[in-house]
Design a protein around this ligand. Structure first.
Ligand code: NAD
Ligand code: DAU
Length: 379
């Protein structure tokens, strides 16, 4: 039986990851997942409450920066894999409050590395290097943003120099370097994945795609930074989860794997496509229109949807230090581990919109309270 410590699993990607392990990949196998999450504004217990059964999946409310707690988790459980999702993840918030990003993303990661080292080292070899228990892995979930920004051409490979620009990406880069330092210095069994932008279920609506979906349903304007010509490389979240699982189990120790689906789009194209998709889904199914907050009636007394068009777009002030383009070259993970993106964007975006329409209670829960204050201050 394999035991995982999955940090940050009440957030977007971590929650999708544990659901993938529990109900798809290891449905028939004995695994145990310990979720460690601080439940910050981005973490929501409701997202995973049905997954916490006290046997295959347990929940610990706590901070990755807490040394005592981390040691306790390792001493009470024979943890095989640490998968570290926990982080402050939003670039705009890092511009407002960099320190929290450094504390969580760098020191939190280092605290987990140390706790794993204390638990997994059994002695020293004749050259002074630590001897590690077999079969252990510390996996760091990182991002393509560590490579900085591309011009019109080219892709990020694992050999692209690290050149982060935002406090968020600088903190993730530092964490990656600490993880690799533990490999080089202590021969710690680590791996890193650097993925492009994810989208899918349970995506917090401060990020572009869920924000646009939510604003359309609320009849609000759709804020696009600058000219909307920045390019992101979008990957359906379950494809990312599959890649992480493969790297944890089969990836080489001390290696970095880039993860991305060759799906580059400008922000303005993403927004226009989302508008059109929601419009067309509502045109086909009149019942769906009842979800809309802005309920204009047409001449037949039906809820009108013609206002769901590109006029909803508002160009707003650009993000400071806004990276122009990200694009991942996933050749290494494809060749070494046989991973490829299974969900085409056209399919993934429809699934994502449907999920949002079907899970309005979840959306309501996560957008209540502090979210409103954040939104008013941002836009
Ligand atoms: P998220 O913001 O949705 O979730 C982060 C989770 O971490 C939340 O549940 C939060 O409560 C928890 N957390 C924050 N600080 C904590 C702390 N000190 N201790 C314990 N838990 C804490 O983030 P996400 O979008 O799911 O991203 C997960 C990871 O994947 C991050 O490390 C991020 O850098 C990386 N990543 C994200 C993307 C993306 O497109 N979202 C792409 C590549 C990599
Ligand atoms: O590339 C991976 C990264 O993707 C992850 O490491 C980060 O954790 C994740 O948040 C995401 O970062 P981005 O900054 O790319 O994602 P975001 O959804 O915030 O923005 C996507 C693009 O859309 C970006 O160019 C900024 C733009 N944008 C964003 C928002 C929220 C807008 O134009 N309007 C908006 O309102």
């Amino acid at each position: 039986m394999k035991t995982y410590l999955v940090t940050g699993a009440a957030g977007f990607i971590g929650s999708n990851f544990i659901k993938y392990l529990l109900y798809k990949k290891y449905k028939e196998e004995e695994i145990k997942i310990i979720v460690l999450d601080l439940l910050t504004y981005a973490g929501n217990y409701g997202t995973i409450k049905d997954d916490i059964d006290g046997k295959r999946c347990v929940f610990v409310h706590g901070d990755i920066r807490d040394r005592e707690l981390a040691d306790k988790l390792f001493s009470e459980n024979d943890i095989d894999y640490v998968v570290n999702f926990a982080a402050e993840s939003h670039v705009d918030r890092s511009i407002e409050n960099p320190q929290l990003f450094l504390e969580t993303n760098i020191l939190g990661t280092q605290n987990l590395l140390d706790a794993a080292r204390r638990a997994w080292v059994t002695g020293k070899d004749e050259t002074g290097y630590p001897v590690w228990k077999a079969g252990k892995r510390f996996h760091q979930v990182s991002t393509d943003e560590v490579y900085g920004s591309l011009g019109k051409d080219g892709f990020f490979t694992e050999n692209t120099p690290l050149c982060p620009h935002s406090p968020y990406s600088a903190s993730k880069t530092s964490a990656d370097m600490i993880v690799m330092a533990y490999h080089d210095t202590y021969h710690m069994p680590v791996s890193i994945t650097r993925c492009s932008n994810n989208y899918g279920p349970y995506h917090f609506p401060e990020k572009l795609i869920p924000l646009i979906i939510n604003n359309i349903l609320e009849g609000k304007q759709l804020p696009v930074y600058g000219k909307g010509d920045n390019v992101r490389d979008w990957l359906y979240v379950e494809d990312h989860c599959k890649a992480i699982d493969l790297v944890v189990r089969e990836g080489k120790e001390g290696e970095v794997y880039n993860v991305g689906g060759h799906n580059e789009m400008t922000n303005i194209d993403i927004v226009k496509l989302t508008i059109k998709t929601i419009h067309d889904m509502m045109a086909e199914d009149k019942e769906l229109r009842k979800i809309l907050k802005k309920q204009v009636k047409d001449a037949d007394g039906e809820i009108a949807i013609d206002w769901i068009n590109d006029n909803l777009i508002t160009f707003v002030k650009d993000r400071l230090g806004h990276d122009q383009r990200y694009a991942i070259d996933p050749t290494k993970i494809k060749n070494d581990l046989g991973w490829y993106p299974e969900t085409m964007f056209a399919e993934g975006i429809v699934k994502t919109i449907k999920w949002n329409l079907d899970n309005q209670e979840w959306v309501k829960e996560v957008t209540s309270g502090d979210y409103q204050k954040y939104y008013e201050q941002m836009y």
